[in-house]
Design a protein around this ligand. Structure first.
Ligand code: GDP
Length: 411
């Protein structure tokens, strides 16, 4: 999980950081203005300029340009003093890239003697380094620069709500205040880490502990067809039985004959009782019978398999509501297919609106290279992810752990 996400987001983040460094406005600090550039020697005739000479010539050229705005330049809106300074700095930068215009003049200058060259270069770089220490990013520029990162997140099925949150958090930290250039990387990494941690900041619980406290614990397993619902239910039975909590299963997916057979195969393997009725019989009645059975036999957990409701199918949704009404489950667990990304998040939202989900299990996390659903579903629904399905065997159920997720993301 997250392999593709990590690769693409890391790449976009690298670009984001470089872009900020390159495109943010330069901000001078008061104290640094007292520093003077080293005096340049009077120009002497010479051949082609060395690189060092080019660099030396820059401030001279910049100073001149700064005082006399270029003809035809667009009038800039009035800005306050510090902003003006930044704007001028930016102009300097732009000018700096205008190599061809300045080159002929600099060709006339002399290549300094090696020692003086080193000295002046050092002094000059020292000054420049001081001057570019602080940079500032406007919101507009931030929005432009965030674009690649936004695309990378979208590509990885990260929900829009989550992208907006990450964008907001980064914007808060990175815009409209002077930033130390050398800290940009850290600020981005720390903010991203904090932002992603907050995506999982929903109250969670331990399913096994809950089953030890409430007898019987009635769980309805819901989700769309093919999402891995039946397999996940079987994995849960296995988990409870391993913890000495005894289960009964209700085959309330009476909509598909194959679903009852599939569940029968699982329960036989796992050695637990299945309560079933005929194909197309009332699913709510099956759930009710299973709960009665659990009470009579003093079993610990009732797991109700429900039909794979397509959320666009109103009749089936009404039937699901009836199962919930009659069964009154303690928990409604939504099983969603991790690889379907945003679809999974949307389904979780719809089921939550319909019957109110309590927690989420994401199946097929083992084949999900992106992981957008894992990043998004809790934040969007405000419900915890309890487990990740990580394969097709009964043991392939991994307790969801924020710390592990952060580590996998390299944060
Ligand atoms: P249902 O229609 O929602 O009940 O889905 P099933 O439980 O029948 O699962 C559909 C397919 O997904 C089956 O082939 C399962 O073996 C497979 N499956 C379920 N969970 C996982 C998982 O966590 N990882 C992988 N790789 N496959 C899974």
């Amino acid at each position: 999980m997250f392999n593709f996400l990590k690769k693409t987001v890391d790449k976009a983040l690298g670009k984001f950081k470089r872009d900020i460094e390159e495109k943010a406005e330069l901000v001078e600090e008061q104290a640094e203005e007292t520093e003077k550039p080293p005096k340049a020697d009077p120009p002497k005739k010479t051949e082609a300029p060395s690189e060092a000479t080019k660099e030396q010539a820059e401030p001279e050229k910049k100073e001149t340009v700064r005082k006399e705005p270029q003809a035809g330049e667009k009038a800039k809106p009035p800005v306050s003093a510090p902003q003006q300074k930044s704007t001028e700095k930016e102009e300097h930068q732009e000018k700096k890239t205008e190599e061809p215009a300045a080159t002929p003049v600099r060709k006339e200058t002399v290549s300094p003697a090696p020692e003086r060259e080193t000295k002046q270069k050092k002094g000059l770089f020292g000054l420049l380094r001081e001057k570019v220490t602080k940079i500032q990013l406007s919101e507009d520029k931030f929005n432009d620069l965030f674009w690649d990162l936004e695309v990378a997140l979208l590509e990885n099925n990260v929900a829009l709500e989550v992208i907006e949150k990450i964008k907001y958090d980064l914007k808060e930290e990175l815009t409209n205040k002077p930033l130390s250039r050398k800290n940009i990387q850290d600020i981005i990494a720390q903010t991203l880490k904090q932002s992603i941690q907050e995506l999982f900041a929903v109250a969670t619980f331990d399913l096994v502990e809950l089953a030890k406290e409430k007898k019987p614990l009635v769980i309805a397993v819901i989700g769309v067809n093919g999402s891995g619902k039946t397999t996940t239910l079987a994995k849960l039975v296995h988990l409870f039985e391993k913890n000495n909590l005894h289960c009964v299963v209700a085959a309330s997916d009476t909509f598909r004959a194959a679903a009852i057979q599939q569940l029968e195969a699982h329960t036989q393997k796992l050695g637990v009782k299945l309560i079933k009725n005929d194909y197309k019989s009332d699913p709510a009645a099956v759930a009710f019978d299973a709960i009665e059975h659990a009470k009579a036999k003093k079993l610990d957990v009732v797991l109700i398999d429900t039909a794979g409701r397509l959320h666009s199918n109103n009749n089936l949704m009404e039937e699901l509501k009836k199962v919930i009404r009659v069964g009154k489950p303690d928990l409604k667990l939504f099983v969603g297919e991790s690889i379907t990304g945003n679809d999974c998040v949307e389904q979780a939202k719809v089921f939550d609106e319909l019957v109110g989900i309590d927690a989420i299990i994401l199946s097929k996390a083992d084949v999900d290279e992106k992981g957008g659903a894992a990043l998004s579903v809790s934040y969007v629904t405000k419900k915890p992810i309890l487990y990740l399905g990580t394969g097709q065997t009964y043991d392939d159920l991994e307790a969801f752990d924020k710390k592990t997720i952060m580590e996998r993301l390299g944060l």
